[in-house]
Design a protein around this ligand. Structure first.
Ligand code: S3P
Length: 445
């Protein structure tokens, strides 16, 4: 495959109105729940990125008839909880942790054997976090010795055991895996998380008429429970724009002088808006306009204008609520005046890349004082000097996109190597960035 590089010109101002593609997390779940439902589910705003397409292909491999995607429209002919068929070959999850970990929960409840594989980055990521609870439910799973892909899931032909599971880390993927396996269990399955994480699985199950009860145990811990053996009823899903993709545009307008940008129809689920809270704490001028609801998810237009930013200590309770946005938040911190400190974010080390190390290296390459710590980063912003920086994305779409935004404060052009990965979550990223005022050239070698 060709090596795709981004060459970003230094400086610029960000202006206009944009609409970014559909939410990745919600797109994955629309296919999964649509396939397990009875009846025909229609989806609009589906993200046609490689990750969500890997989920779609997996369900086709398991005999589900799916039409589209075409302009974000997908129609899924649900087969019910018991209707999936054994796939003929190992199912390729590409770069997608969400596909892998959520599917593991669904596959643990089937009566056939199958195998999940993935690309170089995904094949390094930890899977023990899902195989542990699934084993407690009586599922039979095998991974490599290091607890990574390939994962072999043996069909049980009998219900799983319901469990009351406490997650060791704040992870929506693990929570969702346990709840989805719980659909195939003999009683009530619960997942308790140490801090609130995105709740799209719970919301969408409720939307498909499958009751999930969520309760707050204290200031941080949340518990979600469901009874196994029910049924999902097909529905319509309108996927809002992905706040994680919008974050690159919010950051760009926040750091580039004279910027004034509106990002339309952005998902505002309270478990996802940490990026807005953090930007506001740094002094960003953000207003939410036209708030309304689509299919159980709040949305709004995000209006952001340039304002001088200052470094902050990022409150730890916001970490899980902004977990995918830290690469670009580090870029914002690098352009802000003063010191920004992030702690409590060790999960960043096991994303598509080690986002603490990789972003510290990338920011140092453009002359920023960025010091990685075991669970976060310390960035002294406002001063940078190095020229002709070449950045490695380390197979991570969010590194490619975050460092593109860094071009706005760089003193010279930045070249980012290995950017084809942007297709996993945001295929039209460069077009939209150029539309609002950046100058990004795509070079294919
Ligand atoms: C996701 C959960 C998060 C996030 C990922 C998508 C999801 O991962 O980083 O991009 O859709 O459930 P963790 O569950 O590992 O925190």
């Amino acid at each position: 495959m060709a090596n795709v590089k981004f060459k970003v010109q230094a400086g610029g101002t960000v202006k206009g109105r944009v609409r970014v593609p559909g939410d990745k997390s919600i797109s994955h779940r629309s296919i999964m729940l649509g396939a397990l439902a009875e009846g025909t589910t229609t989806v609009t705003g589906f993200l046609e990125g490689a990750d969500a397409l890997a989920t779609l292909q997996a369900f086709r491999d398991m005999g589900v008839q799916i039409e589209g995607p075409e302009n974000g429209n997908v129609t899924i002919h649900g087969v019910g909880l018991r209707g999936l068929k054994k796939p003929e070959k190992p199912m390729d999850m590409g770069n997608s942790g969400t596909s892998t970990r959520l599917l593991a929960g669904i596959l643990a409840g089937q009566d056939f054997d199958c195998t999940l594989i993935g690309d170089a980055s995904l094949s390094k990521r930890p899977m023990k976090r899902v195989t542990d609870p699934l084993a407690l439910m009586g599922a039979q799973l095998e991974t490599s010795e290091g607890g990574t892909l390939p994962m072999v899931i043996k069909g049980q032909g009998q219900p799983l055991k319901a469990i009351d599971y406490t997650l060791p880390m704040a992870s929506a993927q693990v929570k969702s895996c346990v709840l989805l396996a719980g659909l195939f269990a003999d009683g009530q399955t619960c997942a308790t998380e140490p801090a609130p994480t995105r709740d799209h699985t719970e919301r969408m199950l409720n939307g498909f008429g499958y009751q999930v009860n969520s309760e707050k145990l204290d200031n941080q811990r949340m518990k979600a429970c469901l009874q196994g053996g029910g049924k999902l009823t097909a529905c319509h899903i309108d996927v809002p724009s992905d706040i994680s993709s919008a974050a690159f545009f919010m950051a760009a307008a926040a750091i580039a002088k004279d910027s004034d940008l509106v990002i339309e129809h952005v998902g505002m689920n309270p478990t996802r808006i940490g990026v807005i809270e953090i930007l506001k704490l740094m002094g960003a001028d953000i207003t939410l306009e036209n708030p309304h609801e689509v299919g159980g998810e709040p949305v709004a237009d995000v209006h952001i204008r340039y304002a001088p930013l200052k470094g902050i200590e990022i409150p730890e309770e916001l970490v899980a609520l902004a977990i995918d946005e830290f690469p670009v938040l580090f870029v914002v911190a690098a352009s802000a005046e003063g010191k920004t400190v992030l702690t409590g974010a060790e999960e960043l080390r096991v994303k598509e890349s080690d986002r603490i190390q990789v972003m510290a290296d990338a920011l140092q390459a453009v002359g920023i004082d960025a010091q990685p710590t075991s669970d976060g980063m310390i960035i002294n912003g406002g001063k940078q000097s190095k020229q002709n920086a070449v950045i490695e994305s380390h197979h991570d779409h969010r590194i490619s996109m975050a460092m593109t935004v860094a071009g706005l404060f760089a003193s010279d052009e930045i070249v980012i190597d290995d950017c084809a990965n942007v297709n996993t979550s945001f295929p039209i990223f460069v077009d939209l960035m150029n539309q609002v005022g950046l100058q990004v050239e795509v070079i294919s070698e």
